[in-house]
Write a protein of this length. Structure first.
Length: 232
């Protein structure tokens, strides 16, 4: 009888200890699940990258988000690890006395899924060389400059001018915010990618940093013959 009671106390103590894990331990366990997700992805090759999609997960301890590439081959295992990670993260947050910062940070801009060290990875501006950043910036700026080239202007209230750096000078591109435009999201993606590339290049090139830090005064847009024009 004494042995049975002792066994019951041991089980009860172990259960209570498990139920009262510290938020630090829970964050640590959650972080290990992110590592398991990374290891799962590293087992995949870079074949058929067009079949992969980007999934976004809140970063548990840090402030921000993580991006992971997912395809049908690993999706089932990925979703299980993700569910366990989120469960641990939510449990940690419930007892963490510190402010939760993730929700006030805009997710870092990402690009396409590429191949790094032989496995798929969601590319960030930090994954590109200086030469690649310059090439991408050039293409990105050209796309932004021509994004609304075929759109008519029936009122300037829905138009804004957004600053960019081109040839070490502040230039402006048109931005339409009317509710009847299906291009709003696509423009935002391109412009945010521009900002990510520009910011990254400024860290790597002091000369470009001086250009990027130039003051960009506000510009307005007017309609001339139903064409949006940025006022100098």
């Amino acid at each position: 009888m004494k042995i049975s009671k002792l066994f019951a106390l041991v089980v009860l103590f172990a259960s209570c200890k498990k139920d009262h894990e510290s938020y630090q331990d829970l964050y640590s366990k959650a972080d290990k699940k992110l590592t398991e997700i990374e290891d799962l992805i590293k087992k995949s090759s870079c074949n058929e990258l067009s079949n992969w999609q980007v999934d976004t997960i809140m970063d548990g301890i840090g402030s921000g988000h993580r991006y992971f590439p997912v395809n049908n081959t690993i999706k089932s295992d990925y979703e299980k690890l993700k569910a366990t990670y989120l469960e641990l993260l939510n449990s940690a947050r419930k007892t963490d006395p510190h402010p939760i910062l993730n929700d006030i940070f805009t997710p870092e801009t990402h690009f396409e899924i590429g191949c790094i060290d032989g496995h798929p990875k969601v590319l960030l501006a930090s994954d590109f060389t200086v030469e690649q950043i310059r090439d991408r910036l050039s293409s990105n700026i050209e796309e932004l400059e021509n994004f609304y080239s075929n759109r008519t202007c029936n009122g300037s209230n829905n138009w804004y001018a957004r600053p960019i750096v081109k040839d070490c000078k502040i230039k402006y591109v048109l931005r339409y915010i009317g509710t009847d435009s299906g291009d709003n999201f696509a423009f935002s993606v391109k412009y945010n990618q521009y900002k990510a590339l520009s910011s990254r290049l400024a860290r790597l090139d002091s000369n470009y940093a001086a250009c990027e830090n130039s003051l960009a005064p506000q510009k307005h847009v007017t309609c001339e013959n139903h064409i949006p024009v940025i006022i100098d």
